[in-house]
Ligand binder design. Structure first.
Ligand code: SF4
Length: 222
């Protein structure tokens, strides 16, 4: 794990921070979920970063400047993640991705998301991500909408689950790697199997990850 935090020295302006060999982009604290397990409920940092609560949302240029200020030679990925749902700022996310692709064309960009983009932005906009986002990791969290609703508590209610699945389907063909994720400790083997079958049908991958401990903080566990 990265020990030396690289990020803004200004409290509340950590727009980019380092996690191992990745640079994570923290563009909003808004989120349409209120997950019972969200690390934002228990703290305000990730991987020894400064607080990830933002006192204001950054412009695209500010995020790119933050990246430039902490960029390092071994950097192998840019990740939209942060303390919030990145697609709440889809337009800005796209501008940032364009600027980063122009400056660092060899570095892949990943989007970590709750998958509710189509409810948040009222349309399928995955075609806008073509050529910009190299991989997407969607937090599936559950094998059915009732369970998802209980643990993720979306402002969109139960329709959030099916919208997330639709989003994943629409990502296929627009984003080279499409992955859903579940936490091993929170699902039965039977439910994990159901998730695998469903994700397989879509043509995506399923990542079964371990629970993130307090010592390994990251709101999306990636
Ligand atoms: S875990 Fe992610 S999706 Fe859930 S409330 Fe936290 S930031 Fe939002």
């Amino acid at each position: 794990m990265q020990k030396d935090f690289l990020g803004s020295k200004v409290r509340g302006e950590t727009f980019a921070y380092r996690v191992n060999n990745g640079i994570y982009l923290n563009i909003t604290n808004r989120c349409t979920n209120d997950c019972t397990f969200c690390l934002r409920n228990n703290g305000d940092t990730a991987y020894e970063s400064d607080t990830l609560w933002l006192k204001r949302e950054p412009s695209a240029d500010e995020v790119v400047n933050a990246v430039k200020s902490i960029y390092f030679e071994a950097c192998d990925s840019f990740v939209f993640c942060g303390y919030g749902e990145p697609t709440c700022r889809l337009d800005t996310l796209i501008v940032i991705a364009k600027l980063l692709k122009a400056r660092y064309p060899e570095i892949p960009i990943r989007l970590n998301t709750n998958g509710q983009n189509e409810l948040i932005n009222s349309c399928d906009s995955t075609n806008l991500l073509f050529g910009l986002i190299d991989s997407v990791s969607i937090s599936l969290n559950s094998a059915n909408e009732d369970e998802y609703d209980k643990i993720c508590r979306s402002v969109f209610g139960k329709k959030a689950y099916s919208a997330m699945i639709e989003f994943g389907k629409h990502c296929i063909g627009n984003i080279p790697t499409v992955q859903f994720s579940v936490v091993e400790e929170t699902l039965s083997n039977e439910d994990i199997e159901k998730c695998k079958v469903m994700v397989d049908k879509i043509g995506a991958k399923l990542r079964v990850r371990k629970f993130i401990s307090e010592n390994d903080k990251n709101p999306e566990g990636n």
